[in-house]
Write a protein that binds this ligand. Structure first.
Ligand code: FE2
Length: 191
């Protein structure tokens, strides 16, 4: 289930709010101009589901969102657990990519069709950890400081939306803030 945990940016052990209530999560994020909503589940995603099949299943929602927000490019980012050291190496590399604080020139818009991933949004003096699950659509506004954790055993499939080809490029803040906050697995362990 989707989870929101809010912490002061200088006190990761202090939990100001922790909720799994969908409406409360959407409301708390809306107050910070972050849009969060849910789409109906249109497809059961397995490692065998092709990205084309997935995009076809969500075609109506995808087209509407693109038209509404001027998004031109859509792709699928995914990682499904596999056996072996090679996969582990690939997963660790993928996980590290956006594990440090950064921002983007355009909105980071993601729909989770399968699995789990956590966005940490650094909003003023707070960190909003948003654990996204299948069905969640999150839009991180351009310029927002944030980082992303796909966990020690990445298992997710997300539709990504971009305005430009290089919309995914991160501008890293070089701040070590992310290291002090609970990672995805720790957040979920807390109950
Ligand atoms: Fe990002």
């Amino acid at each position: 289930m989707t989870l929101l945990q809010i912490m002061p940016d200088d006190a990761p052990d202090t939990v100001l709010l922790r909720t799994r209530d969908e409406d409360a999560i959407a409301q708390a994020l809306r107050e910070r101009s972050v849009s969060f909503s849910r789409w109906p589940r249109r497809a059961e995603v397995t490692p065998q589901t092709s990205s084309e099949e997935l995009l076809d299943a969500y075609r109506a929602e995808v087209d509407e969102l693109c038209a509404d927000q001027g998004l031109r490019l859509v792709d699928v980012a995914r990682l499904h657990p596999e056996e072996g050291a090679q996969w582990q190496e690939r997963a660790a590399k993928a996980r590290s990519t956006f594990l440090d604080e950064h921002r983007h020139a355009e909105d980071e818009v993601r729909f989770f069709a399968h699995g789990t991933g956590c966005f940490y949004l650094h909003l003023d003096d707070r960190v909003y950890a948003v654990v996204c699950e299948a069905g969640d659509l999150l839009s991180v506004p351009a310029g927002t400081r944030h980082w992303f954790d796909m966990g020690p055993v990445p298992d997710f499939c997300a539709i990504r939306f971009f305005e430009k080809e290089d919309g995914w490029v991160g501008d890293f803040t070089q701040e070590p803030i992310a290291e002090g906050f609970p990672r995805l697995d720790a957040l979920l362990r807390e109950g």
